[in-house]
Ligand binder design. Sequence first.
Ligand SMILES: Cc1cc2nc3c(=O)[nH]c(=O)nc-3n(C[C@H](O)[C@H](O)[C@H](O)COP(=O)(O)OP(=O)(O)OC[C@H]3O[C@@H](n4cnc5c(N)ncnc54)[C@H](O)[C@@H]3O)c2cc1C
Length: 459
Amino acid sequence: MTSDKKIVVIGAGISGLTTAYLLFKEGYDVIALEQNDKVGGSIETVSAEGFLFDRGPNSGLETTPLIQQLVKDLNLEDQFVYANREGNKRYILRDEHLHALPMSPPAFFKTKLFSNKAKLRLFAEPFIGRSKDGYYQSIAEFVNRRLGKEFLDYAINPFVAGVYAGRPEELSVKSAFPKLYALEEDYGGLIIGSIRSIRKRKKSKEVSKQSAKMFSFKDGMKILPESMAEKLGSRISTNAEVTSIRKTGDGSFGVTYRDGKQNITLLADVILSTVPAYKAAELFSQLDDDLVKHLNQIYYPPVLVLYLVYEKNVVGQPLDGFGFLIPEKEQKSFLGAIWSSVIFPNRSDDTKAAFTLFIGGSRDAGFVDDVEQLVIDRARREFEIIMKISAEPVLTAKRFWPKAIPQYNLGYVEHENFFDHFEKDNKGIVLSGNYRGGISIGDCIKNSELVAQKIKNLL
Ligand SMILES: Cc1cc2nc3c(=O)[nH]c(=O)nc-3n(C[C@H](O)[C@H](O)[C@H](O)COP(=O)(O)OP(=O)(O)OC[C@H]3O[C@@H](n4cnc5c(N)ncnc54)[C@H](O)[C@@H]3O)c2cc1C
């Protein structure tokens, strides 16, 4: 049964759009307000003259069946693409060489990415007991204890940079990697847990991030948000920046937004905020000081995304993988690079190779104090040496994200608990977005389904 009560969704990134779309599809009275002149939030694609640059996420992982359901609903079957087989091969830089991340036991024993000592150390993992409190334990402490320092430095450190643009010393293992922590908590270890949890997941139809397939769209990631916005039609307004939220006294809310020069106030029975935490802090400033404090404490490091295109024949490194990540110990001025044109079609014409580099994150947030062109030149030079590139790029583009990705740092559980309590005490306000329930596109989509259910329960 639907309801005639009004739901106002603030923000039309993937979180806001997916929830709005799911509710709209079931006949709920939903309106989405987006401050920008386009939808998608962090998802941005630009393309011209045969090149395609995804300025935010380059791909998603198909961790929930809802993704296929959306693709079908939105008639995106022709647009949807899985990464090429090459996408499974990932490299890590060590001692100026790219080493393929081993994906099988024989490859693991052969690789030069880890020393023999580090390899032997893994055998101790099943015998290491459980730890105490994952919320206050960093991913670095967790991995160091279970798998050893070298595995932390050359597998987890670059992986964490690739996912969160973060540092393992700062991220809470239980908040940032809940499934990893659960392997220890539920099964007593990572190796035994990985084996046993496969059986459990098969029953629930959920797919782990390790085995989920990577996907995108022929015309870039923006296709997904744009298609949802098209279905929402007049139910979504762009250029509509929400400036304040107040309680009306009868259990509903007044949501004021700027539409060009005029202010418009909508009455809402439920407000769903999907804006970044620091933006939500502004919106709820008149409602709850403690909420504002929690939201403002969430750290978003800066990231510069650099897009470089070269003639294919000047690239000496074989292009047979997803790209590479750089451990902090290697002291380079960027975090890693995706070989965009190798994994997805349409990213450049066949004679060119397109790459996406990531600079900054928590590891190197100070880069913003340097002259941007110097930062770009430095990363480019290092990249060209690693990739054995012998000529200048034919095309360069960039996108600076001053506050890129929320860091689920140590003690993040206090924010998570506070948000739960806040929603209980303020019936009708729901807080969502990538600072709750995971930062990946897959997690945001999965979470949107739970949020839509939470809203239905409120009405
Ligand atoms: C550079 C980069 C690379 C990434 N790479 C990947 C990747 O490869 N794979 C992956 O899975 N994830 C990746 N991510 C993470 C993922 O893209 C994001 O976590 C996800 O897109 C966030 O979606 P969201 O809807 O929660 O928030 P957002 O995308 O931030 O959307 C929030 C929306 O709210 C709007 N808004 C803000 N204030 C107001 C207001 N006052 N009124 C109205 N609207 C407002 C904003 O304009 C925005 O559109 C990446 C992120 C970045 C930044």
